[in-house]
Design a protein around this ligand. Structure first.
Ligand SMILES: *Cc1c(COP(=O)(O)O)cnc(C)c1O
Length: 363
């Protein structure tokens, strides 16, 4: 059999063998105490990764489902929402708020730069119902200062909805310390699972808004139903993926969360250093704002990025990601999250160096 492709993309990421094995266990019925014990236990373990005392739920959807759940449950038409936008995923949160009828103020930041907390502060008023932001903006490779944004909404009526889809279980995420009311994540990034599960934490402040929202425009994602049934699920659970989640949590706990975060920091630092050595320029500015779960690199002078990616993929069986939307052809992105570490990054950068040389790149 052909060797599996080395997935160096910022999601989906490589699923370790032990998790693949757990995914193939025989199906248990989901309305049994045995299965519900797995769910209850998994949510408790997720809370440790989230660093929260808040409720955590598992949804059967891709990450976007949890983004939608967060906003659909709290927003009523006309509610004021402030969205900090600096890439595809922060734009998506804004668009979901618009879909549910919010009166949205968008604070735009140049893609590739972090959110300027002062500008967001100026946009917030006592009327702001929700502030939305992305911790790790996967489309640009920038990590935002969620702690500072969270301190703006502390002791106010504003809810803070944050997407940590590509950083939770890789980076150090402090849901409670950072005042995050709705913290959204997903399975196919740092959790090393296939796509199909999303996670969400809900604070007492968010529950208050949800209970008082008489205009909820959601059925599947109605969080009150999830709370009422827990640890049972209102609908059929994604049973196999939850077996996978158990094994993912075992893997994470065996490594230790703090060790895991440190490993991601070390890998990211190594990747940036090596890339710069090849004569490449990092896309995020300043470098301190670089993500630790992916490295985003500017189009090398005189090189067609899409041709470069194709060459790496076809000739070396390694997949790196390109730029999305307006960044297509302008950047490429190397994912290093979950099980992917220094060894895989090193291999990828060697191949990158060779391919750039063959394409005539001079540093
Ligand atoms: C991957 C990703 C998403 C989207 O998740 P889907 O699973 O594709 O729905 C959202 N936000 C961020 C930051 C991501 O990296």
């Amino acid at each position: 059999m052909k060797a599996p492709k080395l997935l160096m993309t910022p999601g989906p990421t490589i699923v370790p063998k032990r998790i693949l094995k757990a995914l193939s266990k025989p199906i248990m019925h989901h309305r049994t105490p045995e299965f519900q014990e797995i769910v209850r236990n998994s949510c408790e373990r997720l809370k440790k990764i989230y660093k929260t005392q808040n409720d955590v739920f598992i949804l059967a959807s891709s990450g976007t489902g949890a983004m939608e759940a967060a906003l659909a449950n709290v927003i009523q038409p006309g509610d004021k929402v402030v969205s900090a936008v600096s890439g595809i995923f922060s734009e998506r949160l804004r668009d979901i708020a618009l879909t549910f009828g919010a009166d949205v103020t968008t604070i735009d930041f140049e893609w590739g730069t972090p959110i300027d907390v002062e500008k967001v502060k100026q946009a917030l008023t006592s009327e702001t119902k929700v502030l939305t932001a992305v911790h790790n903006e996967t489309s640009t490779g920038v990590k935002n200062n969620i702690a500072a944004l969270g301190s703006l909404v502390k002791n106010t009526n504003t809810l803070f909805a944050v997407d940590t889809i590509s950083s939770l279980a890789g980076d150090d995420i402090r849901t409670d310390e950072w005042n995050i009311d709705l913290n959204i994540s997903g399975s196919q990034k740092c959790f090393m699972l296939p796509p199909g599960l999303a996670f969400i934490s809900v604070s007492p402040k968010a529950w208050n808004a949800i209970e008082n929202n008489k205009n909820k425009k959601t059925f599947y994602f109605n969080l009150l139903k999830y709370r009422e049934k827990f640890p049972d699920n209102p609908w059929t659970s994604a049973i196999s993926l939850i077996y996978g989640l158990e094994e993912s949590l075992n893997t994470i706990e065996q490594e230790g969360l703090e060790n895991r975060v440190k490993r991601h920091y070390d890998t990211a630092k190594y990747c940036r250093k090596k890339a710069k050595k090849l004569g490449l320029e990092l896309f995020p500015k300043p470098e301190e704002s670089c993500s630790i779960t992916l490295t985003s690199i500017k189009k090398p002078e005189g090189i067609d990025v899409e041709m470069l990616r194709k060459k790496i993929n076809q000739e070396h069986n390694i997949m790196v990601a390109g730029g999305q939307a307006k960044l297509k052809g302008e950047i490429f992105r190397i994912g290093h999250m979950g099980i992917v570490g220094r060894k895989e990054v090193s291999k990828t950068l060697k191949v990158l160096e060779q391919c750039l040389g063959e394409m005539g790149f001079k540093k």
